[in-house]
Design a protein around this ligand. Structure first.
Ligand code: ZN
Length: 260
């Protein structure tokens, strides 16, 4: 059974990583250090790197790029705790919390006051540089970037896939029961329908490179940026994040995706 959510510790990086360390032990994998930023280690782990799944494209999961979005970070942890068998049987590359300082301080930005999600192209960035080295050498079937949005009126997903590829996000979003889809027709200056923003090309004139776009450029055929509304209760936001990851993995099985 999944341990209780420590609602009073939503912004405790130490509490979050204690649970990830315990989980990594159960999985028999190492919680690796990507970088140490002002005394806080930024960690990652992978499953299926050895054995039968070693040659398969991995499922990429990350959260905590923005520190004021704890529902995403705890949602990813709870999903992982509830899916130990799936993690053992498959191939996963996971970054549990890429901006620990932001989480601790309940702020969007990193320790230098910068938005990490505009810096994934920057090789000199303390986190994005090493991140690029880990990700660039790996084949990815799908990339999930988990976020939250203060303006959100429900859940929504930003789908970036190759041209001509079937749109998967609507079915995946239908698997989220805890919070209904965001009904807005425009979200973040993009057209949206049923909580889905779909793009088959990288938008022009970006202020910097987000994680999902760089994953796309590194060859990941489908990236999904999922957002829960920050003004809803933390427990339903966490549940919605868990349901979305489950729905994506079910959808990928149905679509027979192999990372091509
Ligand atoms: Zn965010």
């Amino acid at each position: 059974m999944t341990p209780m959510l420590p609602l009073h510790e939503a912004h405790s990086y130490r509490a979050l990583m204690r649970r990830w360390r315990e989980l990594a032990r159960r999985l028999g994998v190492r919680l690796q250090t990507l970088a140490v930023v002002e005394d806080l280690p930024v960690c990652w782990l992978e499953t299926g790197a050895k054995g039968a799944m070693a040659g398969e494209a991995a499922v990429y999961l990350s959260s905590g790029v923005h520190g004021d979005e704890p529902g995403a970070a705890w949602g990813l942890l709870v999903w992982a705790e509830e899916n130990v068998d799936r993690l053992r049987a498959g191939r996963f590359l996971i970054f549990p919390c890429l901006n620990p300082h932001g989480l601790q301080r309940n702020t969007r930005v990193d320790h230098l006051g910068q938005d990490l999600n505009r810096r994934f192209h920057v090789a000199e960035d303390a986190v994005c540089g090493p991140w690029r080295q880990v990700v660039a050498g790996r084949r990815l079937a799908v990339g999930l970037c988990l976020h939250e949005d203060y303006d959100g009126q429900g859940c929504y997903v930003y789908e970036l896939g190759r041209r001509g590829r079937p749109r998967l996000a609507p079915d995946m979003l239908a698997g989220v029961r805890a919070i209904p889809p965001d009904g807005r027709r425009r979200i973040d200056e993009s057209r949206a329908a049923g909580g889905v923003i779909h793009k088959s090309r990288v938008p022009k004139h970006l202020p910097g490179m987000p994680e999902a776009v760089v994953l796309h450029e590194l060859g990941c055929g489908l990236t999904l940026t999922f957002e829960t509304p920050s003004e809803f209760g933390l427990d339903v936001r966490v549940r919605a994040q868990v349901e979305f990851v489950n729905a994506v993995l079910s959808g990928m099985c149905i679509a027979g995706n192999t990372g091509e």
